[in-house]
Design a protein around this ligand. Structure first.
Ligand SMILES: [Fe+2]
Length: 164
């Protein structure tokens, strides 16, 4: 291994080579790492509130997944990004997996909690390095909505409810 030119490949932490060149998307991606850290910490130090904490973290993960994917896909749709359909399909597959894990946990399969931290890290790193890097230079700070995720999901809910 060439120690000088070898780029960090660790899935434990965010590294600059994961940047897609859009500040808010990099921030979203870093938030996934922090959420994985939180889950690792909760699982690593058993506490009387562990169950509630895991459930809270899983709920946040589902919200993050929804909001972040919406941010990327809305920007892609706005600029007519040609790879939107396949990118959205990859998002959908991960969202379904995260939802399944959340359901499993809530229905009593507590062992799944130990796998989430690693799953999130591995998925996000793999997805950034392959699919997200394809929009590097195409999605920019100028054409991506940089408001907090809650506003994006609220907008979408308004549209579903018939608000303008
Ligand atoms: Fe993506």
């Amino acid at each position: 291994m060439d120690l000088v030119t070898e780029k960090p490949q660790s899935t434990d932490v965010w590294t600059d080579d994961l940047s897609v060149g859009v500040d808010i998307i990099d921030e979203d991606h870093q938030a996934f790492f922090r959420l994985a850290d939180l889950l690792r910490d909760i699982m690593g130090s058993p506490d009387k509130n562990q169950d509630m904490l895991v459930e809270t973290a899983i709920n946040i993960l589902e919200e993050y997944v929804k909001g972040h994917f919406l941010r990327e896909e809305t920007a892609m749709a706005t600029i007519g990004y040609p790879l939107l359909a396949e990118h959205a399909a990859a998002h959908e597959a991960f969202a379904a997996r995260a939802h399944q894990i959340a359901q499993d946990y809530k229905s009593g399969n507590k062992e799944v909690a130990a796998t989430i931290n690693d799953l999130v890290r591995r998925w996000i790193v793999g997805h950034i390095r392959t699919m997200d890097m394809q929009y590097r230079g195409v999605l920019t700070n100028e054409n991506v909505d940089n408001r907090p995720m809650a506003y994006l999901t609220a907008d979408e809910n308004d549209q579903a409810d018939g608000w303008p």
